[in-house]
Design a binder for this molecule. Structure first.
Ligand SMILES: [Zn+2]
Length: 180
């Protein structure tokens, strides 16, 4: 199992699980790897998260480390001591930071997806009639209600110039999938 940090063209980060690096390459080339947030298949592998070194002290070099390491016989005697091996203590903070970042990102995405679903659930999708509907509502021709739909940039600008309140919103594909 290979867990990769992936990013779509919109900069959404997510995790992809693959059997191997080759699996990822082949699925990515066939457009099967999609961003869970926006559905984009323009997916690339992210650089591995930068290692955050909290301590100013550089990691000891291999040669020096070997000098410091106790002889095999001494190691067995030290096993009962509660002292932490220095290497493990230095590795722990970066891994924890990376996990915290990943969790925070996942939480933000989950919150955005939830909000999007709520917006989708509470608004009526009028599709390409959006500009007309919004305008008629604004002029009091039809009753006010919450609608969403598609409008071109020009249509949105016209509405705003006429004083019709509209808001651009890119709902993730996942928000609409739940509505049957
Ligand atoms: Zn995306």
């Amino acid at each position: 199992m290979k867990v990769l940090d992936l990013f779509c063209g919109h900069g959404h980060g997510f995790e992809g699980w693959f059997g191997s690096e080759d699996d990822y390459q082949s699925q990515q080339q066939r457009g099967l790897v999609q961003c869970p947030l926006c559905g984009s298949s323009q997916v690339r592998k992210g650089l591995s998260a930068p290692r955050l070194n909290l301590g100013a002290r550089p990691a000891p070099g291999g040669a020096r480390h070997r000098e410091d390491a106790p002889a095999p016989g001494a190691q067995a005697g030290a096993a009962s001591s509660p002292q932490q091996p220095p290497a493990a203590a230095e590795m722990a903070p970066p891994a924890a930071d990376r996990e915290a970042l990943r969790q925070m990102q996942a939480q933000l995405q989950a919150a955005w997806l939830k909000l999007s679903r709520e917006i989708a659930a509470r608004t009526e999708d009028v599709g390409s009639r959006f500009a007309d509907e919004a305008r008629r509502m604004h002029h009091g021709d039809i009753a006010e209600r919450s609608i969403r739909g598609e409008a071109t940039r020009e249509q949105a600008m016209e509405l705003l110039e006429e004083g019709v309140p509209v808001m651009p919103l890119a709902l993730p594909v996942g928000a609409k999938e739940t509505l049957q």
